[in-house]
Design a protein around this ligand. Structure first.
Ligand SMILES: Nc1ncnc2c1ncn2[C@@H]1O[C@H](COP(=O)(O)OP(=O)(O)OP(=O)(O)O)[C@@H](O)[C@H]1O
Ligand SMILES: [Mg+2]
Length: 504
């Protein structure tokens, strides 16, 4: 189906998120929609999907104007959408969520019963190697799996127009390749696809046409043959360095010592299996590995979200295992969690309050029981400016920020106090290329100021770019710690479980 958006304008109060946007997606093509964090990409797609009413403009399907009163109408018209912020019902199973997605839909695609939904989930999951159990409950699934459920939900409807809003942000590189394969197959079968992503490699791999928006307006189009540098500068309006400039590390004293750290989950499965390593002050240790090999449990055990079943962690001479999360953080740890919407921000609170989340009861933000609004606002404005958080005001709720800007709020908070240790899981997830450049610089600056840094990242490029040493995890263990100039094949083999000695 041919999709056309004409002159779409969407305002939130005085703020214009979409300003007379035109977009044309021909049938059987992949149209990449690019733009920096807060540019208005998700807003535009939410208008198309019937979640928001446009203030101006129209949507045309095969040259006929359509008006959607809600996602049900959009779905009935053949549009499927994978949302950046998942629309899953947490206490329900995967199959139930997939079934729910069909309920307000008339027509042949409707899934009537749970068994049919289960079969459908299994079928799509098998076809694309998604490894999703139809009976798993959403709230028990890690973010990567939740993302795959959203994709299954959208694919289960055989949509003729498929909107993918950052579908690969939390996927592993392997899963990403599978998904890009699916996108190509769907396109070849005639589906029109709108793909939003910050990963320019993906754009180059699958896009037929590219539109770039900035601050709510279309600023240009590009050919799929455009280089990453060209796309990046079109997006952010300046040249962006795709490399991390850093000098050799000057490691100091050992800051963190981890000894035999072990975590056994509720099902008696060993998730973290006797992990030992050290990180020195002034050094970045990157943890590489396919998601789900103990990285989450490692960071959570370090900061006290889960209790260690054995082993210890010592920060600058103090045992931190066994302490409360708050005490651990106050001992000088900054923490960027894997799932920002669940653990990083409080969506209903303002940006200003999110920026002082852990310290709201302390000077200068509080005197006795009284909050000090001016001190809070001053601090918030400083962070918002430094980290270029695109918001209408510091009183905007964090939940209404664009995805990348939510991540910037978490980073601004965690990187702005004196740190002995920074633990960051996928710190640049969802950020645009310009913001990635900035955040990488900030992380290196923390290192150079003497902090020990642990980066967990599913992006091998990021691991290699930032790391002074790389620890590779597999099945809850560290299979080796290697220098950053280790070749990719060796890292790949280690990520598949080969030990350092075996591949050396
Ligand atoms: N409900 C809302 N109320 C107020 N402002 C909003 C609301 N939703 C979005 N905005 C603002 O509209 C702008 C565009 O947001 P949008 O989510 O479309 O950005 P995006 O291009 O998808 O960015 P990202 O790459 O970070 O996901 C942002 O500045 C955001 O703060
Ligand atoms: Mg978005």
């Amino acid at each position: 189906m041919k999709l056309e958006l004409r002159g779409i304008t969407k305002r939130f109060g005085d703020f214009t998120a979409n300003d007379r946007i035109d977009l044309l997606v021909e049938p059987g093509t992949v149209h990449a929609l690019l733009g920096e964090n807060g540019a208005g990409k998700s807003t535009l797609m939410n208008v198309l999907f019937g979640l928001y009413d446009a203030d101006e403009g129209e949507v045309l399907l095969d040259d006929s104007p359509v008006v959607f009163d809600g996602p049900g109408d959009a779905m009935a018209a053949g549009i499927g959408m994978v949302h950046q912020h998942f629309m899953l019902v947490h206490p329900f199973t995967v199959a139930e969520n997939v079934m729910l997605g069909h309920e307000d839909v008339r027509g042949p695609a409707k899934l009537l019963d749970l068994d049919a939904a289960r079969t459908k989930v299994r079928e799509i999951s098998d076809r694309f190697n998604f490894n999703v159990d139809p009976d798993a409950v959403i709230e028990d699934l890690p973010v990567g799996a939740q993302q795959r459920v959203e994709i299954i939900k959208a694919l289960s409807r055989d949509a003729s127009i498929l909107i993918l809003d950052e579908p690969t942000a939390v996927l592993t590189p392997q899963e990403t390749d599978e998904l890009l394969g699916i996108v190509k197959d769907l396109r070849d079968a005639g589906t029109s696809v709108v793909l939003i992503t910050h990963k320019l490699r993906e754009v180059q791999a699958v896009a037929d046409t590219i539109t770039v928006i900035r601050r709510g307006k279309v600023v240009g189009t590009a050919e799929p043959t455009a280089s990453q540098e060209e796309l990046a500068s079109l997006m952010v309006g300046r040249a962006v360095s795709m490399r991390v400039d850093k000098t050799a590390a000057q490691p100091g004293e050992t800051m963190l010592t981890v000894e035999g750290l072990t975590v056994v989950d509720d099902a008696e499965i060993v998730q973290l299996d006797g992990v030992s390593f050290e990180v020195k002050a002034g050094e970045i240790l990157a943890i590489a590995g396919v998601q789900g090999n103990g990285q989450t449990e490692l960071t959570e055990a370090l900061i006290g979200v889960v209790a260690a079943d054995a082993g210890s962690a010592i920060l600058d001479g103090d045992v931190i295992t066994g302490k409360s999360i708050k005490d651990v953080l106050f001992s000088g740890i900054g923490f960027v969690p894997e799932d920002r919407t669940e653990d990083g921000i409080v969506a209903s609170m303002t940006i200003a309050n999110n920026l002082i989340l852990d310290v709201h009861d302390q000077a200068p933000y509080a005197k006795g029981f009284a909050l000090q609004p001016k001190a809070i606002a001053d601090e918030a404005r400083k962070h918002v400016e430094q980290f270029d958080v695109r918001a209408t005001s510091i009183e905007q709720t964090a939940g209404s920020l664009s995805g990348g800007n939510q991540q910037k709020v978490v980073l601004a908070r965690e990187l702005s106090r004196p740190l002995k240790l920074l633990i960051a899981s996928n710190p640049t997830r969802g950020l645009d290329v310009g913001s990635i450049e900035f955040v990488h610089k900030r992380i290196v600056a923390e290192r150079d100021a003497g902090a020990a840094v642990i980066i967990v990242s599913a992006e091998l490029d990021e691991v290699v770019a930032l790391a002074d040493r790389i620890a590779v995890m597999y099945h809850g263990r560290i299979v080796g710690i290697v220098p950053p100039d280790t070749d990719r094949d060796t890292l790949g083999l280690m990520m598949a479980g080969a030990h350092q000695e075996e591949v050396a």
